[in-house]
Design a protein around this ligand. Sequence first.
Ligand SMILES: [Zn+2]
Length: 279
Amino acid sequence: MKIRFWGVRGSFAMSGREFLRYGGNTTSVELVTDAGKRLLIDLGTGATELAKELMTGEFCKGQGALPILLSHTHLDHIQGLPFFSPFFIKGNQIRILGAAPLSGISLEATLQNQLSPHYSPLNGLENLAAGVKIETIIPGTTVTLPGFEVLTGAVPHGSMWTTAYRITADGKTVTFLSDVEYPAIDEPIPAALVLAHEADLLIHDAMYADDDYERSKGWGHSPARAGVVVAERAGAKKLALFHHNPDATDDMIDAVVERTAARSAVPVIAAAEGNYLDI
Ligand SMILES: [Zn+2]
């Protein structure tokens, strides 16, 4: 299985020469099986870069199929939706799967709001030329997608919950645990440990450097150290720090990786836009 990070930034997209190595686009992660089956996690601004690549193949001819898992509908995770060009080609079949937002509004209604005339000229999901199917996930259940088995789980994110994913394909497992904050750094919730159990790669929220966390407690995100605790306790084989703070320059992220790795029994990297990982 291959993983490509198309967007690794949290909260909002960033640009500038100090952000070139890790990238400025918001959350979007692509998984591809050895047989070429594809899965996307989140539709942040990074998804628009993947769209360009997809449009060089079958998606340009209206013959593409893509399942997309949403962790939640905060803007940094869906801002690429109105600009994801495979939606504009008739014949493409795109499934968007995610939990209903806490507010009680359905996932479909939330995404419809994003495309309302107040926010977008698209004026509704029904105006996308591709076949678009919105499917509601019940966190805690397993979803089977072509080439992938996905265990889902709800994790706390400030005043709401996000959906985390344990994805298995080709005998390998990737766990996606972003936009999460535990009751304490050393107290990950049991669901996180279940999802990350012996994962080949754990992609974990690392919005804050450990030193900066105190003043941001309760905002729904993790310091880098929290991912280490989950990885070590769950027996994960590698940790990718993810959802980088928009204020974190490349050099600052390098320093976080160095400090985090020095206190980790599990190898630590920082997710970087454009990077392929082969697991
Ligand atoms: Zn986010």
